[in-house]
Design a protein around this ligand. Structure first.
Ligand code: HEC
Ligand code: HEC
Length: 253
């Protein structure tokens, strides 16, 4: 090989090698920042400092050599679910390496900025609450597990958002024995009651929330009680009439 060919071949190979190493082993901290904002910030806070007092939100991230393993496998019987594809999670090894590069960058003080979540514009409120604020809350707190549109991640542990009449209860108190944390501050979560109603207002702007509306209409709050009370009232009323008539007959005889 001629000297001239070597002169350009060597740097080109070095750059290529570096790019390959970056893509596979070292991870890309900027891509990691986006993944962190999407999947991890909800519980661990913007700097891994933990976010609230509840069980799901109280763990600070300590960066060490076990990082990739813990993130891939999760910590059984805690809110730290398995994030690696091999363990039923949504993230590839490469993405977990990107996350590691980002979290490691906290220790060097050169962390790339977290991206601000993209929020749809022109949202119309359906009920009370502010859907635009809700959209930002959704992207930060819910999309990591339930997907950007509530479609889920195609995985049993990361399911679609079910738009049932229980939306508020599930969001506030969580679903015990699952990865669904209790988000309301009354239950140790990071969200205020206003946050929760703004979230509800956003979810209602989706196409599917007609399902939510329908569920709410089928059993309007108090409807069953009303039917029940009317029924009991009717029975009591009839009973009373019979009783009065009966006592009149007794008195007459
Ligand atoms: C639903 C809340 C939740 C989410 C989302 C979450 N974690 Fe965790 N994570 C926890 C909890 C709780 C623990 C503590 C588990 C235990 O008790 O050992 C933890 C522990 C960890 C640990 C190991 C212990 C430590 O403190 O260093 C690492 C590393 C970690 N999480 C990284 C991540 C990364 C990266 C993501 C995003 C891919 C993520 N977590 C998403 C709740 C969460
Ligand atoms: C760490 C992952 C994770 C995060 C983050 C998360 N969820 Fe969930 N969520 C789940 C899982 C898992 C379930 C399914 C629970 C079950 O099996 O019933 C669920 C279920 C739900 C349900 C349905 C409960 C039912 O009755 O079917 C609602 C509503 C819900 N989540 C809302 C939210 C909202 C709103 C947010 C954001 C504030 C959020 N979730 C964030 C994991 C998560």
């Amino acid at each position: 090989m001629s000297q001239r060919v070597l002169r350009w071949l060597v740097p080109v190979l070095a750059v290529l090698g570096g790019a390959v190493a970056l893509a596979h082993g070292d991870g890309d901290a900027s891509r990691g920042a986006a993944l962190y904002a999407e999947h991890c910030l909800a519980c661990h806070g913007p700097q891994g400092e933990a976010r609230a007092s509840g069980e799901a939100f109280a763990a600070a991230i300590v960066y060490d050599a076990t990082f990739e393993e813990v993130v891939a496998q999760g910590v059984p019987a805690t809110y730290m679910g398995p994030w690696g594809e091999a363990h039923g999670g949504p993230l590839s090894d490469e993405e977990i390496a990107d996350l590691r590069a980002f979290v490691q960058s906290w220790t060097t003080g050169e962390a790339p900025p977290l991206p601000t979540p993209g929020v749809p514009s022109g949202l119309q409120a359906v009920g009370s609450g502010n859907p635009a604020l809700g959209a930002a809350l959704y992207m930060t707190n819910c999309a990591g597990c339930h997907g950007p549109q509530g479609e889920g991640r195609g995985l049993a542990l990361y399911p679609p958002l079910s738009l049932s009449a229980d939306f508020l209860a599930a969001t506030r108190r969580g679903v015990p024995e699952t990865l669904m944390p209790a988000f309301a501050s009354a239950y140790g979560g990071p969200l205020s009651e206003d946050d929760v109603s703004n979230l509800m207002a956003y979810v209602r702007t989706w196409e599917r929330p007609s399902a939510l509306e329908k569920a709410a209409q089928e059993v309007p709050p108090g409807a069953w009680q009303l039917v029940l009370l009317t029924g009991i009232g009717a029975i009591l009323g009839v009973g009373l009439v019979v009783l009065v008539r009966h006592s009149e007959t007794i008195r007459r005889s």
